[in-house]
Design a binder for this molecule. Structure first.
Ligand SMILES: [Zn+2]
Length: 203
């Protein structure tokens, strides 16, 4: 069994000096995310300069400097679950919503309040509520503010950031921008195809 790498919230200095997140999208067929162990699937190239193969969710956690990060994720306090485990859970929720033909944004209610849709929606809301605890502890639930703080940290403090951040996680919000386009639905489709489901659809 492949040993997974630790996933720690971070900023990319290379991306922080660029003023756009526009780039290309790469498919990673047959590759496994080095952080959460799930199939890596499709990912924007702007998330691809991390040290190892990453799925979009684990890449996002290492790119808090992204220009629209506050739309793509929120900070939550969830010490009982690692960021990698949370990403696996979010992947399942979003794959389920996509399979039911629902929108993926965390703040959008499903079209029908029945069955699995309700479970998936309330599962996400239970995670989102933990943003209040992040606000109490950090003074914010904006990932951009954490990114600014990380960019100002000394080298020694950066190395200790996992201990400093404690139970802070990012909750992916069902959007991922490449330029002005939300490419997250296509990314979820790539995960679902790996699992044997057709794109979009209602299976
Ligand atoms: Zn991953």
């Amino acid at each position: 069994m492949v040993k997974l790498l630790p996933l720690i919230l971070s900023v990319s200095m290379a991306s922080a000096s660029a003023d756009s997140c526009a780039g290309s999208v790469v498919d990673q067929p047959g590759l496994q995310c080095s952080y959460c162990g799930a199939p890596a699937g499709r990912a924007p190239s702007s998330l691809g300069d991390v040290a190892a193969t990453a799925c979009s969710l684990c890449g996002l956690a290492q790119h808090l400097e992204r220009p629209r990060i506050n739309e793509e994720a929120r900070l939550i306090w969830l010490p009982e679950m690692s960021q990698a485990a949370l990403n696996v859970l979010v992947r399942r929720i979003h794959s389920g919503l996509r399979g039911l033909g629902e929108r993926l944004e965390t703040d959008v209610r499903p079209s029908l309040a029945v069955g699995e849709r309700t479970l998936l929606y309330h599962g996400q809301q239970a995670l989102l509520v933990r943003g209040r605890e992040a606000e109490v502890r950090l003074g914010t639930s904006d990932p951009a503010e954490l990114a600014d703080a990380l960019l100002r940290l000394s080298g020694a403090a950066v190395a200790r950031r996992d201990a400093l951040l404690g139970g802070v996680r990012i909750l992916p919000m069902g959007r991922l921008f490449e330029g002005s386009e939300d490419i997250y639905p296509a990314i979820v489709d790539s995960w679902r195809q790996t699992a044997g489901h057709p794109p979009g659809g209602t299976v």
